[in-house]
Design a protein around this ligand. Structure first.
Ligand SMILES: [Cu+2]
Length: 502
């Protein structure tokens, strides 16, 4: 990733074409609202809301006198931490103070489609200069988040390229683990620009087994495209990198005491990037992935998170000093992706030392020796890239079909029966890593690059280039359900599909 990002940032800045933007114009979004299904069960609560959110254009000071202009929640980045109690209904008023209809998605929660915040599922838009009052019962417990679900297309000010990201913590009925305090970290880049080409380094993922057939197919499609004189499809790079909205060295340090156990809740709030995080001289005891407790908590020297992934990890503070907790990529860390961790009574210059080489393996946190329950049915999905096919952007397909760029609601491609257990067998015929997300359900990782596993529950998982992965889920939340790659450039250009209940 690091090398790639650095390369991309050095590419000539490209002018954004207006053409792409028209795919995603507010007017077309509005007309979709009219087509959205009706939800007769929708409640209109009249009491005071638990939270009020305002979506508005806001300056964000990422370093002293260094202000970026973006769209944010309540004039701050990240958006306010929203705390809920599991199973206790909550009311939220979302005011949209912009001129663009918005979608606010409750990522990782098992809510209904009318409040989930995805136009593709039929959630009504929060009208431009309007308000929507929503009611849902927060669940499951743990670290979730909220973010815009607007498509951005070629508009690098829209969708998740903006500052519309905030953490959610749903308090469980009983709090597991012992720690002294919690620290929420939101990783986020600013000032995106387009570039072309660059391979994504992915040697941090293990198992690393590639499938020859997928590789041959992906590589030959790419060669054929380049032979026709096509350029590489657009990628996005960033100028500034932040944790909790401040560049490294310009925010408040995380102040700790020797012997403290600090529970970090880390969210990758990026639109497109995979991030790493290390703290010299310390290790992370991972206790939850995507907010769900893992069967086997384990210590790791580095965290790796795809877009929208969350990791909750306890760090025992036993190495006094002043440290940089940062991304392994020197260039990204040098441009701000880090935060200072400062022990009491220490005030030296913050130190960074790279950790030993480390590979990320989800199954490290799995149930030992367990095998997953057999599914009732298996869906096959093949992911592929049509290089630069959509006005210079890569077009992405699932089983040969790109989700239409001009329309919000299309018929579902996969059909579920309530109560049944399904397996999704994902085969990635591209060289990119895809952080795959299923709305309104959690899935269990059951096979990683050919290796069986069980017990790890997530809502986003990275599928490596030319790899296979299997995840299982129970159809327990009726309604239209969106499945997509969480990389904004991929989801906007076809990498989405819908499940429905029949
Ligand atoms: Cu993707």
């Amino acid at each position: 990733m690091s090398k790639d990002v650095r390369t991309r940032r050095n590419f000539l800045k490209l002018t954004v074409t207006a053409a792409g933007a028209t795919f995603f114009s507010p007017s077309s979004s509005l007309s979709q609202t009219a087509l959205a299904p009706q939800f007769p069960g929708q409640r209109l609560e009249t009491g005071p809301p638990d939270y009020i959110l305002h979506i508005a254009s806001s300056p964000v000071e990422i370093a002293p006198k260094h202000i970026v202009s973006t769209i944010a929640y309540n004039g701050q980045f990240p958006g306010p931490l929203l705390r809920f109690k599991e199973g206790q209904p909550a009311t939220i008023e979302v005011h949209n103070d912009t001129d663009t209809p918005e979608q606010l998605h409750w990522h990782g929660q098992m809510v209904s489609a009318d409040v989930d915040g995805a136009a593709e599922e039929g959630t009504p838009f929060i009208p431009a200069r309007g308000m929507r009052r929503i009611v849902f019962t927060p669940r499951p417990s743990g670290f979730r988040f909220y973010h815009t679900h607007n498509r951005a297309g070629a508009d690098l000010h829209a969708g998740q390229y903006s500052g519309q990201v905030g953490p959610v913590y749903i308090e469980p009925k009983h709090e597991p683990g012992s720690y002294d305090r919690e620290v929420f970290l939101v990783l986020k880049e600013f000032e995106p620009s387009f570039s072309q080409g660059g391979d994504m380094a992915q040697d941090f993922l293990t198992p690393a087994t590639r499938v020859k057939e997928l590789e041959t197919s992906g590589e030959s499609a790419m060669k054929a495209s380049l032979a026709k004189g096509m350029p590489h499809g657009y990628e996005v790079g960033y100028r500034y990198f932040t944790i909790n909205g401040r560049m490294l060295g310009h925010g408040e340090p995380v102040r700790v005491k020797q012997g403290e156990r600090v529970l970090f809740h880390v969210l990758n709030g990026s639109a497109t990037e995979i991030r790493s995080l290390a703290l010299p001289g310390h290790s992370f005891k991972v206790v939850a992935l995507d907010g769900n407790e893992v069967p086997t908590p384990a210590e790791v020297p580095v965290l790796w998170l795809g877009t929208a992934e969350r990791i909750s990890a306890i760090v025992e503070m036993k190495h006094p000093g002043v440290w940089i907790m940062g991304d392994l990529a020197d260039d990204d860390r040098g441009h701000g992706m880090g935060i200072v961790v400062e022990y009491a009574e220490h005030n030296t210059k913050p130190v960074w030392t790279p950790p030993r080489p480390f590979h990320w393996d989800y199954s490290r946190f799995a149930k030992g020796d367990a095998t997953a329950v057999s599914p009732d049915e298996t869906f096959e999905m093949r992911f592929a890239k049509d290089n630069a096919a959509e006005e210079g952007f890569n077009r992405w397909t699932i089983n040969g079909v790109a989700y239409p760029m001009t329309q919000a609601v299309v018929p579902a491609s996969f059909h579920l029966k309530q109560g049944r257990r399904y397996r999704i067998r994902m085969r990635n015929a591209s060289d990119d890593i895809h952080p795959i997300h299923l709305h309104r359900h959690s899935f269990e990782l059951t096979k990683l690059a050919g290796k069986p596993t069980a017990g790890v529950m997530k809502d986003v998982v990275r599928v490596g280039g030319y790899q296979e992965m299997e995840v299982d889920f129970t159809a327990d939340n009726p309604g239209l359900t969106l499945f997509h790659c969480h990389q904004q450039l991929h989801m906007d250009f076809g990498f989405m599909t819908l499940f429905d209940y029949v």
